[in-house]
Design a protein around this ligand. Structure first.
Ligand code: HEM
Length: 482
């Protein structure tokens, strides 16, 4: 029994529980003090960066951040945004200032996980969300996935998926449709292609609904929606909402699909033996991403675990579908806005396919379409599919003009573990994870901002005039003497 009169509690006898409570309160107080000191220090060091006027006393610059827009000061090279009263963001819109961030080693300027953390329950420790040694190890193991010989065989898949989409458009138009949402159709086409390249699975999703594809589209939409709902950032709250429950259901569905394919493929690999399996697949040119992952081994012969394979496959499905669908939709939009460019692209393709049957683009043709390539690149500049990427600094980073980005005590894994899930291997895995608030400054590299910065591009909103067409295109035949 202890006397707590020094705390003003008179002769109240302290039980161990009361003591525990006191320790808890002191610990909390110490944490709050440490956080306040670190926040104040960062706040002072950020004074050298200008910020646009705050639109709201609490939300501050949340408007422009959540819609990815820009404000009056949008085109200063580096400027500060406040996401609510406590989260500072440094926004970079000039390549000169972005260079020190992107050229620094990933251990000093890792990817900031605050914005990506909502994806973790879905994508796990895939390339997009891992850091440090695990990232380097996986990156090395995945190198064969990007080998030309493997990518080349995918061109046939892309052609087939595009043919299905075109046939569908023709049918819809003949049935009287006068408006089609391009992004919706193209998303299905990119998902169809990816499902074939990653899993060798044909779900016919462009023609009939697929539960798996619907779940991926739903997950992508829910992540974007949650990013705009600051009060639903804590997992504990999010998973109580209908959206949170939908997210969890869709995650389970996607994981079950990937698990089933990996297990089935592992069985075939074990039955046939990896050598024969690989030989047969390489001969038929049907090596998919799951095969590459299952066959990957490091210098010590260590393979990827089931969870790692699932994470990489799910990451590719996510990373590959929306970006390409958005990029292609904007290309069509821009060509529609500039019919003269569209006509040049059409001529270039028709010229290439003139004497060919079937009229299919092949891998080697990609280098023979310079005008179309230029239009695609210009469209990606005007409308980049990934508008921003975020980084954080584990050390102070000096910018070319001498200003310093203060290092933050970041939780780069961005995890706050509040739940657990049993993985397919039977091991208990963290499931409900979410962002823990950053205590340092997040660096937002605005790809959109850089692409539209008038100090980089003299007339950022205007595509450059097309270069004069080569004589082949004017006259439809090679110039004399060629
Ligand atoms: C127009 C198409 C694409 C664009 C604009 C694009 C853009 C990007 C960007 C900006 C990043 C860096 C993210 C960051 O550092 O925070 C990234 C990473 C990544 N992307 Fe893409 N991407 C595209 C297509 C694809 C495709 C088709 C796939 C796979 C099928 C893919 C898979 C990935 C993966 C796995 C990463 C993480 C790489 C790593 O950390 O090593 N992307 N992408």
């Amino acid at each position: 029994m202890l006397s707590l009169s020094w705390l003003g509690l008179g002769q109240v006898a302290a039980s161990p529980w009361l003591l525990l409570l006191l320790v808890g309160v002191f610990w909390l107080l110490a944490r709050v003090l440490a956080w306040s000191y670190s926040f104040y220090d960062t706040f002072c060091r950020l004074r050298c960066f200008p910020h646009p006027p705050k639109e709201h006393w609490f939300w501050c610059h949340m408007g422009p951040v959540s819609v990815g827009g820009s404000t009056g000061l949008g085109f200063r090279d580096v400027h500060l945004w406040w996401m609510g009263p406590f989260y500072p963001l440094l926004r970079f819109v000039h390549p000169k200032f972005v260079a020190p961030l992107l050229q620094a080693p990933a251990t000093i300027v890792p990817r900031d996980k605050f914005f990506y953390s909502f994806l973790r329950p879905w994508l796990g420790d895939g390339l997009l969300l891992t850091a440090g040694d695990k990232w380097s190890h996986h990156r090395r193991l995945l190198t064969p996935a990007f080998h030309f010989e493997i990518l080349k065989s995918y061109v046939k898949i892309f052609n087939k998926s595009a043919d299905i989409m075109h046939a569908k458009w023709k049918r819809l138009v003949s049935e009287g449709s006068t408006r089609l949402d391009m992004f919706e159709h193209i998303s299905l086409m990119t998902l169809d292609s990816l499902q074939k390249c990653v899993f060798s699975f044909d779900s016919n999703c462009q023609e009939s609904p697929s539960e798996y594809i619907a779940a991926i589209l739903e997950l992508s939409a829910l992540v974007v929606k949650r990013q705009r709902q600051i009060f639903l950032y804590p997992d504990l709250l999010y998973y109580l909402t209908p959206d949170g429950r939908r997210f969890r259901r869709a995650c389970d569905l996607v994981h079950n699909f990937t698990d089933a394919i990996i297990q089935e493929r592992r069985c075939s690999l074990n039955t046939e033996g990896s050598h024969d399996f690989l030989k047969a697949k390489a001969k038929a040119k049907t090596l998919d991403f799951i095969d590459v992952l299952l066959l990957a081994k490091d210098e010590d012969g260590k393979e990827l675990s089931h969870e790692d394979i699932r994470a990489e496959a799910d990451t590719f499905m996510f990373g590959g579908h929306d970006t390409t669908a958005s990029g292609l939709s904007w290309v069509l939009y821009n060509l529609a806005k500039h019919p003269e460019y569209q006509e040049r692209c059409r001529q270039e393709v028709q010229e290439l396919l003139r004497d060919r049957e079937p009229k299919e683009i092949e891998w080697d043709d990609l280098a023979l379409l310079p005008f179309l390539t230029m239009c695609i690149k210009e469209s990606l500049r005007l409308h980049p599919p990934v508008a921003v990427v975020s980084r954080c600094c584990t050390q102070d980073v000096v910018l070319p003009d001498g200003r310093v980005i203060p290092k933050g005590a970041h939780n780069t894994r961005g995890r706050s573990l509040v739940g657990r899930k049993r993985g397919p291997s039977g091991r208990v895995k963290p499931f409900l994870t979410g962002p823990s608030p950053p205590t340092g400054v997040i660096c937002l590299v605005s790809i959109f901002g850089i692409h539209h910065n008038p100090s980089v591009w003299p007339e950022p909103e205007v595509p450059p005039p097309p270069p004069s067409p080569p004589p082949t295109l004017i006259h439809g035949h090679f110039p004399s003497g060629a």
